[in-house]
Design a protein around this ligand. Structure first.
Ligand code: TZP
Ligand code: MG
Length: 218
């Protein structure tokens, strides 16, 4: 059965690692080791996001995704794919995370009703535009909250005030993203976030247990 928002625990949305080969110098074994260690440390959701200068073909992405899916499954960690609905279906992922310009939520529901769906929202205007999709979502990813060097084409940062506004309008879990660290995580929860998604805070951590604990704020 499809995991619905109602049967996702609060913990399941708490700490999301977004990662792909581009974040580990295209070393697949490094990616697997990192994800294994992050799952051990208590990450609750892993999103495989293959964005970067170098292209990685579908067969390679599928092989990586299948391995990541197994690593996550062993630890009861949710596994999502960024953007690529075909890859999400083929790898047996729990869900797919899409942006405003990616495959529409309605078409994902039609093609792959088993998938959980996360949608990126950067502004109140995007939130209003997405209203008809909200009932089909597991969560919305809101940000960038702060400036980030990790995503080159990131939209302008919205700050804690922007995050708070969207949280107050949304009747579903809000996962904050963009420039989030051990140091600023607590303030992000105070502003209303239900969870946090990061790339560099985890890929560059020198102590995953401490980092995941701070990001989870439990
Ligand atoms: N979407 C909005 S900001 C961002 C993505 C994928 C990058 C987040 O990276 P970091 O290193 O956690 O700031
Ligand atoms: Mg996208």
């Amino acid at each position: 059965p499809k995991k619905t928002f109602a049967n996702l625990t609060e913990r399941a949305l708490r700490c999301q690692l977004v990662v792909g080969l581009a974040n580990v110098d295209y070393d697949a074994n490094r990616l697997f080791d990192l994800v294994r260690a992050a799952c051990e440390a208590g990450v609750s959701l892993v999103q495989y996001r293959e964005k970067g200068e170098r292209s990685v073909d579908f067969e390679k992405r599928l092989a990586v995704a299948v391995t990541l899916s197994r690593i996550c499954q062993k630890k009861d960690v949710l596994f999502f794919i960024d953007d690529d609905v075909d890859l999400a279906i083929a790898s047996g992922a729990d869900g797919v995370h899409v942006g405003q310009d990616d495959t529409s939520v309605a078409s994902i529901v039609e093609r792959a009703p088993q998938l959980l769906i996360g949608l990126s929202i950067s502004t109140m205007a995007e939130f209003e535009k997405s209203r008809s999709s909200l009932a089909d979502l597991a969560y919305i990813g809101v940000g960038p909250v702060f400036d980030t060097k990790t995503k080159k084409d990131a939209k302008p940062s919205i700050g804690l005030a922007g995050l708070k506004r969207i949280k107050e309008a949304a009747q579903l879990p809000v996962i904050a993203i963009g420039g989030l660290t051990e140091e600023n995580a607590a303030g992000v929860y105070e502003a209303g976030a239900d969870g946090i998604a990061v790339i560099s805070a985890i890929t560059k951590s020198d102590n995953l247990n401490r980092t995941v604990q701070k990001l989870s704020n439990l």
